[in-house]
Design a protein around this ligand. Structure first.
Ligand code: RNT
Ligand code: ZN
Length: 411
């Protein structure tokens, strides 16, 4: 308590109210991706992970049943402060009786997830799964030249819209339904236009079914390349930005999906200027991989600052998206989720108005000094206080290691 009092007074010197920052952060929902717990396997197919994404590592304890995954998510949720949402993929459908393929799934296959979320007071976000399935033909889905393939995946998209709306109605929280297709080509294509045209038409068809736009926010996620799809991706940044603009859906930027020197932090204000809402997949790209665990690093902080200083916390859907199979998967969840929240708290603790005024009056020397000063403020004490007020212990590795010993290693 004493340390927080000191932090309060230090931040006050800069005109920042640290308790207000904590109060704001408490109400910012972060959508936690279910797929960190089982290396993006899901329950509906024996196919191995495809789509140009890959998990590497073989840490013991991977969840292989819905019960295990839910139990693991529960352990993670208890160690993550603040407001959470559950982010599900269609491949996590649970079949108690008869199996239904992706073009035939319905809300009933997600009853257990819905109850799980409801019991914990969480909303649900949803993702059609356009990978790890025999109907992915030559690495193509919605952009395939094969009519049957395209029709199968269009139907999948429609089914998912219906499921998303059901989630929103049942939980009372709007559902973000994110469309990402892996479609791409390994080597230099002969036709870049036609697959994109087909993708466009497929999307039009999916979105032609009626759905309540205040309940379901459909987002579209772009990507620069996938593993084995290095030369061409159908859903490029330009494709997605234009499609979103024309159709009135919401753009989703995954910060692992751009050229290595491009930063999503710089894209956020431009996208906010032209879109009512935007969505983010927060991850950490490392060389060829777009999906390392989120750290409290410069770019994560910078993205958070672009959200906070543009007063856009209620305009940005924030979700995590990464998968690491080489470390304890629950720890990976907690570390990444906490780091997103830390970055937001750090952003909320900056004297943003003072800094903006310095920029506008071209006091760049003072601005640099102030920014550097803020880095060594007693931020950790405010973070600890946030945890304390939320009733979450600061130490999460001890309970996770205990769970690992008791449960995970015996799987
Ligand atoms: C892949 C995309 C996509 C996936 C999830 C599993 O590069 O980021 O969002 O990670 O759909
Ligand atoms: Zn993503």
């Amino acid at each position: 308590m004493e340390r927080f009092d000191y932090a309060l007074s230090r931040y006050k010197e800069y005109g920042v109210d640290a308790q207000k920052a904590i109060d704001t952060l408490k109400n910012v929902p972060i959508s936690m991706h279910c797929w960190q717990g089982d290396d993006v396997c899901g329950f509906d197919s024996q196919d191995s992970l495809s789509g140009g994404i890959q998990t590497t590592g073989n840490y013991p304890g991977k969840a292989t049943t819905p019960e295990e995954l839910m139990a693991d998510i529960d352990v993670a949720l208890k160690l993550i402060p603040g407001k959470k949402k559950l982010n599900l993929h269609a491949c996590y459908a649970i079949f108690d009786g008869e199996f239904a393929d992706r073009d035939a799934i319905g809300p009933e296959h997600f009853d257990k997830w819905l109850n799980f979320a409801k019991e914990r007071g969480m909303g649900i976000d949803f993702n059609p799964t356009f990978f790890s399935h025999p109907m992915v033909k030559d690495n193509l889905t919605l952009s395939s030249p094969d009519d049957d393939v395209r029709r199968f995946w269009i139907e999948h998209g429609k089914r998912c819209l219906e499921i998303s709306e059901h989630f929103a109605k049942e939980t009372g929280v709007p559902c973000v339904m994110n469309i990402w297709i892996p479609d791409g080509i390994k080597d230099v294509p002969a036709d870049r236009y036609a697959p994109r045209k087909r993708f466009k038409e497929s999307l039009d068809e999916i979105l032609s079914i009626p759905y309540d736009k205040s309940l379901v926010y459909v987002t579209l996620e772009s990507k620069v390349f996938g593993i084995g799809l290095e030369s061409y991706t159908v859903g490029s940044a330009e494709f997605c930005m234009n499609y979103v603009n024309q159709s009135g859906i919401t753009p989703l930027m995954d910060n692992g999906h751009y050229h290595p020197t491009e930063v999503v932090s710089d894209k956020i204000p431009s996208m906010l200027l032209f879109n009512e809402k935007i969505a983010l997949h927060i991850t950490r790209g490392v060389r060829w991989d777009s999906d390392h665990v989120v750290l409290f690093d410069d770019e994560t902080r910078e993205m958070a600052q672009e959200i906070v200083r543009n007063d856009a916390l209620d305009r940005v859907f924030i979700a995590t998206d990464y998968f690491d199979a080489s470390i304890n998967r629950i720890s990976a969840w907690v570390t990444g989720m906490r780091n997103v929240q830390k970055a937001l708290l750090f952003a909320l603790l900056q004297p943003n108005d003072t800094m903006k005024a310095m920029q506008d009056s071209n006091n760049m020397t003072e601005l640099m000094v102030l920014k550097e000063e803020m880095k060594t403020m007693p931020f950790g004490d405010v973070w600890e206080e946030f945890l304390r007020q939320d009733g979450v212990a600061s130490d999460y590795i001890t309970p996770i290691k205990e769970y690992e010993k008791k449960v995970l290693v015996n799987r």
